[in-house]
Design a protein around this ligand. Sequence first.
Ligand code: ADP
Length: 199
Amino acid sequence: MLRIGLTGGIGSGKSTVEALFRELGVPVLDADQVARELVAPGSELFDRIREHFGESILAPDGELDRARLRRRVFANPGERRWLEALLHPEVRARMAAWAEAQLHPYVVLSIPLLFESGMQDLVDRILVVVCDPQTRIRRVCRRDGIPPEEVEAMLRSQWTDEKRRSLADDVIENQGDLEALRREVERLHRRYLTLAGAR
Ligand code: ADP
């Protein structure tokens, strides 16, 4: 079993790449999705987060307001560390167990903050999606309907593409159109099948 860690900055195209791998029948697990499930109402982590941050962190439907939580910890490194110490060990354990249970020759673990959270050891190879900041900002503003300044601030808090690239085994350049992206994913798919077969 070959474990591919997929990462990249906000708006680089990770979710789109995930979807393309899924279309090829590859099992894909998204760390954000795992985190969302872990903090669902009624879970132990949900209770701990509510106790820590108070009721103001809940949305009207009783779920965690994750956007508000994100903003809150974004502005406060101490709070961010508290939240990460709570979530990361559990996210790691779930991802490792999931990968172990898959039967496909290779799997994709999509981990947006792979480097920032030091999760490199969960995977055998690292695939980084890169795209220039202007294009990413434009795409995220359109996707999320938020102002460019907000995207720029998130971009500044993350690693640069240059730094990610230096630690990548494989890189996808996502400057082109969706067809070009699909071709890149298909190329890597063939490569990963070959690599998995050789193990
Ligand atoms: P991420 O998951 O890395 O934040 P997404 O995959 O959501 O990024 O991509 C950001 C936005 O840009 C999405 O709305 C997506 O549909 C769009 N997008 C991604 N890649 C391309 C591309 N090659 N051409 C046009 N739009 C794209």
